[in-house]
Design a protein around this ligand. Sequence first.
Ligand SMILES: [Zn+2]
Ligand SMILES: [Zn+2]
Length: 359
Amino acid sequence: MKAAIFHGPHQDLTIEDVDIDQPLGREVLVRTLASGVCHSDLHFVDGFYPMLAPAILGHEAAGIVEAVGPDVTSVRPGDHVIACLSVFCGACDYCLTGKTHLCPNRPVRAKDQTPKLSWNGKPVTQFASISGYAEKMLIHENGVVAVRKDMPLAQAALIGCGVTTGVGAALNTAKVEPGSTVAVFGCGGVGLAAIQGARLAGARQIIAVDVFENKLATARQLGATHSVDASSGDPVQQIREMTGGGVDYSFEAIGLKKAAEQAFDCIKAGGTATVIGMIPVGQKIELDGSVFLREKKIQGSSMGSNRFKVDMPRYIDFYMQGRLNLDDMVTRRIKLEDVNDAFRAMKAGEVARSVIMFE
Ligand SMILES: [Zn+2]
Ligand SMILES: [Zn+2]
């Protein structure tokens, strides 16, 4: 099968002919139809996070089940599925208390088994238990969810990471309340999804913060009631003025030290800042310690605190009802060969999402 191979940081991915094994045990072989280019992949290409090369990136994908291992019970060939990197074991304390997204026992093949992916006879790292920049994916059944077949697959792919991460941060992690005020730093795919999550939760004021006017325009289209151009002065000051002292909830959706600090600074007493973005390993963020007396809170959010087998079909219903706008988040439909240009376009702020289409 064709796949985009990652050779190391600061190098272009190349399209190669890669071997994928047949499904064993509880594994599912999926024919990829759509694969979103998520900002998290760029963190590895940029060398901010380590990755054993060669590898196949891509973790925001949807497709059709082609074959299943002998022990699979939850999906069958022909099912439309979304992949999720929050693969879970189903038996640990986290799983048994409804926090499958924090499961530390993600099922993998044993070292003495054949590798799932190989290239020129050598094993290839499967990224996030998915590797979606490829014509096929071999995923544990606890890493896929079957979805209704009238759901378009490009939009379904976005639910696999960006939408679940952003909407889930608002609904599951922060539990935004109706009538509250919200600020979202960063209007890429995840930030736009957080804005929509705040809208779905009934927030009365949703302030989008970015440095690109085209992204702020998309944010307003998707539910932001106000926008702040962070390149034209201190966004914290502007948010305080707009809200009379600060927001109830803020979200950092970029992965920047400064934005995380601003997200904390712009909440009011009793407010909660939620950091969604991937801040580089080892990077410290600095907060004014005295304001903890005002019950200001800061927390992390992992993949929207998802229970994805439950959440994703719900998000699809929201989409089908016209309450979750995913059409305007798919900025470009591209081919696998265009993946390097998609990274460039993302850095340049040209897109909310590029989605690789395989047919
Ligand atoms: Zn992602
Ligand atoms: Zn578990």
